[in-house]
Every structure is written in structure tokens, then in C-alpha cells.
Design a protein around this ligand. Structure first.
Ligand SMILES: *[C@@H]1O[C@H](CO)[C@@H](O)[C@H](O)[C@H]1NC(C)=O
Ligand SMILES: *[C@@H]1O[C@H](CO)[C@@H](O)[C@H](O)[C@H]1NC(C)=O
Ligand SMILES: *[C@@H]1O[C@H](CO)[C@@H](O)[C@H](O)[C@H]1NC(C)=O
Length: 221
């Protein structure tokens, strides 16, 4: 009963956002029964600590678009297509339920072809991508789980404070004007609190987070 009321309330809220006509940056996944933590498979998750706004240029929000933007800010697809570690899933409260990550990209150390192999060996920044595109809330926003990893000898785990550090490094690289493959981007950032809790409860590897989510709006020039 209570959950029915809650569900219809969030339906009203989400409906209001959609009927308001204009697109929105994103919708808080918890309104639709989702979570701002992904599922790392062991009862814990990684924080979705960066959101690429649904108000970004539409071409940025496609699979090839986010890959090109990632290349512009020093990331690339995984080493020779080799994927280390299992995919994680997230429920963005959009009606799709839990969905596996769309892709995972790694810091490429200045070489879009083989640099990610280096990342796999020596560690570095990386992120997983989830798209909010279900029928409930089709914002097109991309929710990213960003973290800085140890090198492979450390078992490819996350460095201490690796979620906050990964997010801040990613945002630093993304801000302002960047370009790759003939496309130039202008990116602005806004920090949001209250979406993620601060602390380490429920967080993969028990690494505490500061609870900040950075919303990026990426506009093609
Ligand atoms: C995610 O991928 C794993 C491994 O490829 C697969 O077993 C699982 O069914 C997928 N989960 C979802 C929710 O699609
Ligand atoms: C939503 O995004 C997923 C994951 O990127 C994709 O596989 C799917 O085709 C998209 N759905 C629609 C309706 O565009
Ligand atoms: C967001 O928060 C981080 C961590 O406190 C900070 O370094 C960064 O400058 C903030 N960014 C903005 C746009 O406020």
C-alpha cells in the first residue's frame, strides 16, 4: 500500500518533469526505484559520481559520441578490446530496471590506440557508462561511475579515496574547451549534493566518498 503510494507519487513527480515539456538534465534514479550506486555484484556498488547532462548536445550522448568526447579528454576504449573484470549493472529508475554498463573507458596516457593497455598495467582513471533512457524517464543523460585504479599487481582495485579523486581528475580534464577528431566541445560543471550519501556504507571496497556528484553539460561548438 505504502509502496503503491510512493510509486504513484514518484510517477507524478516524474510525470511533472516530463510534461513540463522541455528536456531535463537527468532525473534522480531513486524517484523511480533505482539507485545512485551501481551493482558491483557483491552487495555493494560504485558511486555514479559524474552525470553527463541530458541537456548536452544530443550527439555527445550517443555511444560513438561519448567515445569521441572521452578521447578528447584523455580516455579511450579498453586495451585492444580486452576487458578486465566483469560488467557492473545499474538501475537508473527509468523503467529499464538493472542494465549492464554500456561501455567502460580508460585513461589512454596520450595514445588513443595502446595507451589503455598501459592503464591496465600501471593503473589510472577509468569510468563505466550507464544511459538513462527507459520509458519512465528518457532523459538520455549518461551516468558515469568514475574511479582511479591501482596497477594490475594490486589486482586492479581502486586507490584510497579513488572515487573522489577519479571524479575530480575526470572533471578537470573535461572542463572548458577540448577537441578530438574534428569535434570541439565546451564543458561546464556543477556540483550536486544530496544525491549520494557521504561515507563508505554500501560502497565497493569500503572506500568513503564525499557524496558530491558533478553534473557536466557538454556542448558541441
Ligand atoms: C550482465 O552481463 C553479465 C555477464 O556478461 C550477464 O551474465 C548478465 O546477465 C547481464 N546482466 C544484465 C542485467 O543484463
Ligand atoms: C538505451 O540505451 C541502451 C544502453 O546504451 C541501448 O542498448 C538501448 O538501445 C537504448 N534504448 C533506446 C530505446 O534507445
Ligand atoms: C566540486 O567539488 C570538488 C570536490 O570538493 C571541487 O574540487 C570542485 O572544484 C567542485 N567543482 C565545482 C564546479 O564546484
Amino acid at each position: 500500500m505504502l509502496s503503491n503510494i510512493k510509486a504513484s507519487l514518484s510517477g507524478v513527480l516524474i510525470g511533472a518533469l516530463c510534461v513540463a515539456g522541455a528536456s531535463v538534465a537527468f532525473v534522480n534514479p531513486t524517484l523511480g526505484g533505482g539507485s545512485m550506486l551501481d551493482n558491483a555484484g557483491v552487495g555493494v556498488g560504485e558511486p555514479l559520481n559524474v552525470i553527463i547532462s541530458g541537456l548536452s548536445s544530443p550527439a555527445v550522448l550517443t555511444d560513438s559520441g561519448i567515445v569521441n568526447f572521452a578521447k578528447a579528454i584523455g580516455f579511450s576504449t579498453e586495451c585492444l578490446g580486452i576487458h578486465l573484470g566483469g560488467p557492473q549493472s545499474a538501475n537508473l529508475g527509468d523503467g529499464n530496471g538493472p542494465v549492464n554498463q554500456t561501455m567502460e573507458l580508460r585513461q589512454d596516457f596520450g595514445d588513443a590506440d595502446v595507451g589503455t593497455c598501459l592503464e591496465s598495467l600501471i593503473g589510472g582513471n577509468h569510468f563505466r557508462v550507464f544511459r538513462q533512457n527507459g520509458t519512465l524517464t528518457n532523459t538520455g543523460a549518461l551516468f558515469l561511475a568514475v574511479s582511479k585504479e591501482e596497477d594490475v599487481e594490486e589486482g586492479h582495485t581502486i586507490v584510497p579515496d579513488g572515487y573522489n579523486i577519479g571524479r575530480d581528475l575526470f572533471v578537470q580534464d573535461a572542463l572548458g574547451m577540448t577537441s578530438f577528431g574534428g569535434t570541439t566541445y565546451s564543458t561546464t560543471a556543477q556540483n550536486i549534493t544530496g544525491l549520494l550519501p557521504a561515507g563508505s556504507a554500501g560502497i565497493n571496497h569500503g572506500i568513503a566518498i564525499d557524496g558530491i556528484v558533478t553534473l557536466l553539460t557538454v556542448t558541441i561548438q
